[in-house]
Write a protein that binds this ligand. Structure first.
Ligand code: IVH
Length: 677
């Protein structure tokens, strides 16, 4: 390459890398793969190694991390938060040790510690007299962002280091470095919950952890299952262990979470073995790793070796091969989830990725396809992380040939062909046809559940049997079941059939609010159903209500009002209502007696219940509060009078604290309602 071209390439690389750095660290939305980024960085460093005179302070090779955004206050690190040089194979590890042993021959007999390279975000945690006082992101390595409030939400982060008998006394000032991340299982559960709520799912645990840590509202962070593992002490004003292995145990003894996947290696050969084994077994870990970190155990020896740029010579990252490939997107399929959410997925030209043949991958939601401009026929970048289902990161725009076709989300459900619905503030498209076969099991399950029609003994297995046998095509069919139908099913004898029929018949006496809950209108839970039943005497009256009228009911906003009107406009649902009437499932609420008799000490007060109460069920607590004139709401707001707190409360408690909403336990609630202590 001529000098001129090389110089031009360098400038281009700097520009590109700075842009990708910004996308990754500030926007949490990378547009190229990590492997691609690493390749560009290696190319840049190679040119710079040949022409050190070209290295400028703004070169991406000169910084440890990202630009600091102005969303948060800045927090200077007590020492630079360094990064690590990469080794991509065992030869690289050997030549690293060879190189540094030339600087200090003690390295030849050195011991090492090998740790998982957790694919998360560096966090820097400041403690004063054992109390967590501040915490920051890495930022540019010198200055991070103050994310103290968000870090406090991580349950394994010690807010105070407990001082145990025979345990270490924490130094007056202590700064610990660790990695915040999300366990794979928690990530999958989080996405499952989001799918059910019709919300956007997250791409991968790392970006989710990044986005969560950099939330401006820490009550949102608290809802994300962030985890922490620590591995380094950045600063301490007292004596600390001089060996990495002892330091990890010291951190553990102070109650910091430390990975149990750390390994003591007496020599280089043990290091090589450990790294190779880790590469093979990375899928067995409960969190994502992108490599292993090799550290010289003797921390003083390590420190005396100094740095190359921002990378200490005494440690090295052994990077695992990226599990990213490209392949052709042959088509886009749509799955209907049990809640009716339509989820697009990629139908791919089969491709091997990390030893697994992949033919399908998630495309998250329709917005994602539009945002990334993914077209059918595109070459797409695929990533597989841990044992998580592979996902499409985006199209390879440069590979376009011109014949790629833009994708339009379906306007009808691919299973039942009824029109699909979109609720305003959600990204998901739904099939709202209660009789859609794809959702039937879930609908019936909800219909018979304890909070709805409460049909005892009708578990999911029976629901599935009834549907499979063609006996139940919508919830009203339960009321047409005959004993001989049931006796034909596997596992049904006289007694079981009688019990089930009895429970079904008994459910006809359930009040209107339960039937409204049972039919499962999007966004209409128990509390709202009770409010609707106070205003409308039966389902027919409710079906005639217009959006504006519905919105006069407290708690019913435009989205829910629209969902109710839409639900009753679907022909399948109208027919369902007619069938309920024919079967005598027709509760009528006495709207004149909607105010219960008796003293009303809770009149004018609004309660939110969270956690498990000692003697009340959730339903029971609600009924109790309403009986004494109080209102129950689902979420804490400024209007909440009290939060009723049970065991294992969720984020509602944090919200209540933030808004200064007073908290009561069950006893307090009973006393307020006038019960004697
Ligand atoms: S040690 C000088 N140990 O990997 C100390 N880093 O590029 C350098 N990481 O930014 C860090 N697990 O965010 C270390 N067990 C571990 C790690 C780890 C993950 C991250 C860390 C760092 C990056 C290195």
């Amino acid at each position: 390459m001529s000098i001129g071209i090389e110089r031009k390439r360098l400038e281009q690389l700097k520009k590109e890398l700075n842009f990708h750095n910004y996308r990754y660290h500030v926007l949490d939305s990378p547009v190229i793969s990590d492997a691609e980024y690493d390749r560009l960085l290696v190319e840049l460093k190679t040119i710079e190694a040949d022409h050190p005179e070209w290295i400028t302070p703004d070169s991406p090779s000169q910084r440890a991390g990202a630009a600091v955004s102005d969303k948060f206050n800045k927090l200077a690190h007590p020492h630079p938060i360094l990064s690590l040089a990469n080794a991509f194979n065992t030869d690289d590890i050997r030549s690293w040790v060879e190189r540094i042993s030339k600087l200090d021959e003690r390295v030849l007999n050195a011991e090492f510690v090998v740790e998982p390279k957790i694919d998360g975000l560096t966090v820097v945690l400041h403690y004063e007299d054992g109390v967590f006082v501040r915490g920051a992101t890495r930022g540019d390595g010198e200055i991070g962002e103050d994310i103290t409030a968000n870090l406090r939400t991580i349950r394994t982060l010690p807010l105070r280091i407990p001082v145990e008998e025979n345990g270490p006394i924490p130094p007056h000032r202590l700064v610990v470095r660790g990695e915040a991340f999300i366990y794979l299982k928690d990530f999958q559960e989080l996405n499952q919950r989001l799918i059910e709520a019709g919300e956007k799912t997250y791409q991968n645990p790392r970006n989710t952890a990044a986005g969560s840590l950099r939330q401006l509202d820490s009550t949102l962070t608290a809802k994300r299952p962030l985890a922490l593992l620590t591995y380094d002490i950045v600063e301490a004003d007292g004596p600390i262990p001089r060996k990495q292995w002892d330091l990890l145990n010291y951190l553990k003894a102070m109650s910091f979470p430390v990975s149990d996947q750390v390994e003591f290696c007496p020599n280089l050969e043990a290091v090589i073995k450990a790294c190779e084994k880790r590469k093979e077994t990375r899928d067995l870990l409960s969190f994502e790793v992108d490599g292993a970190v090799i550290k010289i155990n003797d921390l003083e020896l390590a420190a005396s070796l100094g740095f190359v740029g921002k990378d200490p010579r005494g440690a090295m990252a052994f990077k695992f091969p990226a599990r990213e490939v490209t392949t052709v997107l042959n088509d886009i399929g749509v799955a209907v989830g049990r809640t009716g959410v339509l989820t697009p997925y990629a139908i791919l030209e089969p491709v091997e990725i990390g030893g697994v043949i992949v033919k399908q991958a998630t495309l998250h939601n329709f917005d994602f396809i539009a945002e990334k401009d993914i077209r059918i026929g595109d070459r797409v970048l695929l990533k597989r992380a841990g044992d998580v289902i592979p996902y499409v990161m985006g199209p390879v725009i440069d590979a376009r040939k011109g014949g790629e076709v833009c994708y339009k989300p379906p306007s009808v459900c691919p299973t039942c062909h009824e029109p699909v619905e979109h609720f305003n503030d959600e990204v998901a498209w739904y099939c709202v046809n209660a009789a859609c076969p794809a959702q039937l099991v879930r609908n019936i399950e909800h219909f018979v559940s304890r909070i709805a029609m409460d049909i005892a003994g009708c578990g999911i297995k029976i629901v599935e049997q009834l549907i499979e046998a063609g006996l139940v095509k919508d919830p009203s069919d339960l009321y047409g079941l005959k004993k001989e139908d049931l006796l034909n099913l596997e596992g049904f004898a006289e007694k079981k059939a009688d019990n089930l029929l009895e429970a079904i018949a008994a459910s006809k006496r359930q009040p209107l609010n339960r039937l409204i809950t049972a039919i499962g209108i999007h966004g209409v839970g128990e509390v709202m159903a009770a409010d609707l039943a106070k205003k409308y005497p039966d389902l027919e009256a409710l079906s005639k209500a217009g959006q504006a009228e519905l919105m006069t009911i407290e708690g019913v906003g435009p989205n829910i009002a629209e969902a109710i009107v839409d639900w009753f406009s679907v022909e399948g649902n109208r027919q369902l209502i007619r069938k309920f009437k024919q079967y005598g499932v027709w509760p009528v609420s006495d709207i004149s007696t909607s105010k219960p008799a008796g003293p009303q000490p809770l009149d004018g007060l609004t309660f939110v219940v969270t956690g498990t109460l000692p003697t009340f069920t959730r339903d029971g607590a609600r009924e109790y509060i309403q009986k004494f004139g109080g209102k129950v709401s689902e979420s804490v707001s400024k209007k909440t009078s009290y939060l009723v707190l049970g065991e294992n409360p969720g984020s509602k408690l944090d919200k209540a604290r933030e808004l200064g909403v007073p908290v009561l336990d069950e006893g307090g609630l009973r006393r307020l309602a006038g019960e004697k202590a």
